[in-house]
Design a protein. Structure first.
Length: 90
């Protein structure tokens, strides 16, 4: 799905991750639109020169605050993949 929105706090704290995934038992039904109100188990953000700072300073702390279990920032230019597991995961 393109441009899926994760509604951490409905219409207040919204993220548009590059990729996200949920365990089946956590997301019983697929939403009718692009709005997901269930916190993803996993998010992957593709870093670019124009998005890296925002992803690291704004989005990463927000994902951790709401309990996203795993975060993978991927930098295709540097050819790196970082993995994070949140201490706040649910």
């Amino acid at each position: 799905m393109d441009e899926l929105e994760v509604q951490f706090a409905r219409d207040t704290e919204v993220a548009v991750p590059d990729n996200a995934g949920w365990r089946r038992e956590c997301l019983a039904r697929f939403p009718c639109d692009q709005r997901f109100e269930v916190v993803p188990d996993w998010i992957c953000e593709v870093l670019s020169p124009s998005t890296a700072k925002h992803n690291r300073i704004v989005k990463m702390p927000m994902h951790a605050r709401y309990g996203v279990a795993f975060l993978w920032p991927v930098d295709s230019l540097a050819r790196t993949l970082e993995t994070y597991a949140s201490a706040n995961r649910k």
